[in-house]
Design a protein around this ligand. Structure first.
Ligand code: HEC
Length: 187
């Protein structure tokens, strides 16, 4: 019995060691992750801005509501990865963080507090796959939907948002805050 346990222990050890990324691999995944983030962010933001022009915040929020997740899934399929945006304060509860994402969110938050700028990282996740994380920071243009209610975010806009997202926590942010993270799982 002891032997079996030891063999099991060895194979776990071997498995975990063999799953370490080399520096080079890590850099490659980071580069790929950065490209995917750029592509997804451009699509999301471009479509959002044209909806804003067309029909203001209500249409833009409706767009996010119906298109944000399908759009990330579409890019996920095309790139053969899994793309997620998550946050400590989510708007859509489907975007809630898992334990590993929570750790990264907390790490980035404490870095920002110490004036260290958070950077993209690649780690092996619980399923043994390479996983890319990158910070999403709040910019001025986000505040009309994620700022303080009654200030940058009007009460009317907030009630439109709450009608789609009754559990919305994603308000009260300021320029430069950590809004959330990109979380990309490679196959
Ligand atoms: C027109 C309003 C609007 C603007 C402007 C906007 N957002 Fe959002 N944001 C939303 C809505 C609505 C959702 C929920 C999308 C969904 O259903 O997945 C959301 C979701 C998110 C999420 C996913 C996590 C969560 O809370 O569910 C992140 C991250 C995010 N926004 C960041 C930003 C950033 C960064 C900016 C500025 C560059 C921005 N948003 C601008 C409306 C907006």
């Amino acid at each position: 019995m002891k032997e079996v346990t030891f063999i099991l222990f060895l194979s776990v050890l071997f498995f975990s060691c063999s799953k370490q990324l080399t520096k080079k691999e890590s850099e490659l995944f980071k580069e790929r992750g950065n490209q995917i983030v750029q592509k997804t962010a451009e699509e999301l933001s471009g479509n959002l801005m044209s909806k804003m022009k067309e029909g203001g915040i209500p249409l833009a929020v409706e767009y996010c509501n119906t298109a944000a997740l399908p759009l990330t899934s579409k890019v996920s399929e095309a790139e053969k990865v899994t793309i997620k945006r998550t946050s400590l304060k989510t708007r859509n509860s489907l975007n809630e963080p898992n334990e590993e994402e929570l750790k990264v969110l907390k790490k980035y938050t404490s870095q920002l507090k110490k004036d260290v700028s958070p950077e993209a990282i690649v780690e092996i996740d619980h399923s043994g796959k390479p996983h890319y994380y990158a910070p999403i920071l709040v910019e001025k243009k986000c505040l009309m939907c994620h700022g303080t209610i009654g200030k940058e975010l009007s009460k009317q806009a907030d009630s439109v948002i709450k009608s789609f997202y009754p559990n919305d926590l994603a308000t009260g942010f300021s320029d430069g805050d950590l809004r959330g993270i990109w979380s990309i799982s490679f196959p």
